[in-house]
Structure formats: structure tokens, C-alpha cells
Design a protein around this ligand. Sequence first.
Ligand code: NAD
Ligand code: WQD
Length: 338
Amino acid sequence: MTILVTGGCGYIGSHTCVQLIKQGFDTIILDNLYNSKEIVLERIYQITGKRPQFYQGDIRDKHLLNNIFKENKVTNVIHFAGLKAVEESIKQPLKYYDVNIYGSINLLEAMKAANVKKFIFSSSATVYGTQPNIPYIETMETEEPTQPYGRSKLFIEKILQDLAKAEKDWSITLLRYFNPVGAHPSGLIGEDPQGIPNNLMPYITQVAIGKLKSLAVFGHDYNTIDGTCIRDFIHVMDLADGHLAALNYNSSHSGVNIFNLGSGQGSSILEVISTFEQVFKKKLAYHFAPRRAGDLPAYWANADKAKKLLNWQTHLNLYDMVHDSWNWQSKNPNGFNE
Ligand code: NAD
Ligand code: WQD
């Protein structure tokens, strides 16, 4: 099988490419390097002994997409490419809808023209909105997220559902990720946010490496075990393996199938910090700060459906996640910038 991986140079895409290559899949990456670096290809080579075929370009480029499908016998597409910064999406909604929604439609049109109809989409737990009934399970109704990034994910899910309703020969899997963290155990690839990180784990590791002064813990007056928010953190290697399991399932199931990819367990922010301190063997500088607008107090996945139907579950725990995040950060203080 030949898998086209859009956004394959990015954080989750690169780890998934490593696992795809290890399983013997031919892997083609399409990425415009908007939020990633070409050196990722070299690192994938160092880990796997194979360099994925690479097209540098944009998912909104019709001509390029048609060429990729003409030049290769693509059998499946895993679609990671997109923009993912929630705050930025509030300030620049058109950019987010253009890349995420128009880009996805463009990709689907090129697939249709090439008669490639197996598609795996990177969705997000954000499509559950702000519902208080946790854990989130796939049978729950989605709720419109409050920001353009989340809305773009929900709209794409709806577009894919309409497509599968209209054309019965599509096999579409929607993977709703919870909070991906961690890195490949080699420390050769990992998350490399540009500028000051928005997400918790890269913020922690950048405080530890001395690039940032202190972690602001947003809110410690939530109604949770220690007052801080609770999230379902999932190791990016487990997440990558979830894509392989989904690829297998998607090959023999048409229509739209939806899976949560999470550990099924919540951890509080203070638990993450104390686990990090065990790994780091030093105290982490942090302080309490006001709640961040839009944050939910607590949510995690019900991950039973993926376990039952995909035969997939997470194997790596919070210690592994912080260990591998720190391993990546300490070996690459400047990320992929050498
Ligand atoms: P990332 O930014 O590291 O990777 C996305 C990749 O897509 C980057 O390499 C970027 O250069 C590329 N890209 C962006 N716009 C493009 C375009 N127009 N054409 C071609 N390539 C383009 O992000 P990630 O964390 O690896 O996330 C991958 C996917 O998973 C995204 O769709 C994201 O919304 C989704 N997701 C991420 C998380 C998370 O917390 N990381 C959670 C849920 C869902
Ligand atoms: C986690 C927790 C913060 C930073 C986001 C997106 C979501 C999905 C995953 C794509 C929260 C706290 C954070 C900091 C902190 N992405 N925190 N200090 O918000 O759960 O989810 O990424 O689909 O859509 O919204 O992740 O890592 O930003 O925050 O205290 O400096 O850590 O309050 O409770 P979030 P996060």
C-alpha cells in the first residue's frame, strides 16, 4: 500500500511516518513546511533507514495534488496538514478556514478524480465542545466549538459525513485526538513549536531547558482533585500506532467510522509537573495564574471503541510521555533549528 501523508513533516505526521515505514508501507509526504522543517525527512531516515518520498507544496494546490496522484499509485491518504493554533484562529479565521476546510475539500476532490477513496482525518476532542458529561464517547452528539480552529475540525467532519452519504465507495475514518505529547524515544523527532509554545508540555520543557522563566499554571481553583485542569494526555508514539490500526480497519470498512484516540485517563496539570520533576530530578519553576479563557476544567476519552474495533490501546504512561518529551528537548534545545 502507498500512503499519502499530508502534513507528514509535522509533529504527529512525522511520528506516524516512522511507524508506517517500519511496517513496510510506502510513504509519500506532502507538506508546505509552514510549521515544520525539511530536516525531519533526514531524521526519519536516521530512525528507519528509509527516506519518504517528499513533495513540498500546499494542499490547496490543485495542480500539484493531481500530479501527485498521477505520478504515484496512492492507495490511502492520512490527512494531518492544517493549522492548529486556537488563539491564532480567533484572530485569523479566514486563514484557518481556507487552509483547513478549503485545503481538505481540495484534497478530497483530487482523491475523487484519482479514484482513491480511503481517507483518515486528524480530528480533535474539540468537536465535543464544552459538554460537561465526561468521559467523551463517540456516541455523544458533537457540539459546535467556540473558536474557528475547532469549528474547522467539526465542519470537516460534517463534510466527510455528507460525502460518505452521497458516495458509498468512500472509507473514511475520523480520529479524535485528545492531548498528544511525548516524542520518539530516539530523541530525533519531536514537537517543535515556533515562538512561545501555547501547549503545556513544550512550555514545561522550555522552562526546564532555561528558555522560559516559569510555567504559568492556568487556574488552581477548578473543581478537580488538586484544583488544576485535567486532560487526557496521549504519547505521540501510541497515537502514531493508532493511525496504523485505523489504516487497517479503514481498508475493510466503508462509510464514516469515528474513534477517540486517548488513554482513557485524566491527569491534572500538577500531576504532569510532579511527574516531570521525577524525570528532571529538579524542581520546575512554576506559578499559579488566572484561568485561561476557554479552558474546560476536565475531560478525557472513553477509548473503549478503539480498543474493541481497532484492537488498539495506549501502552505508554505519563512518565514515558514526560521522559520522552524531555529527552527530545534536551537533545535538541533549539528544536530542528541546528
Ligand atoms: P503540525 O503543525 O506539527 O503539523 C501539521 C503539518 O501540516 C506541518 O508540517 C505543516 O507544515 C503542514 N501544513 C500546514 N498547512 C499546510 C498546507 N496548506 N499544505 C501542506 N502542508 C501544510 O501539527 P500536529 O500537531 O502534527 O497536528 C497534525 C494534525 O492533527 C492537525 O490537523 C491538527 O489540527 C490535528 N490535531 C492536533 C492536535 C495536537 O494537539 N497536536 C490535537 C488534535 C488534532
Ligand atoms: C492543557 C492544559 C491549560 C499551557 C489544545 C487544543 C485542543 C487540541 C489539543 C488540537 C490546560 C494548561 C497550558 C500553559 C497551563 N488541539 N496549561 N499553562 O488546551 O487542552 O488543548 O491542544 O486539536 O483543541 O485546545 O491543551 O496543552 O494548551 O493545555 O496551565 O502554559 O494545560 O490550562 O488545562 P488544551 P494545552
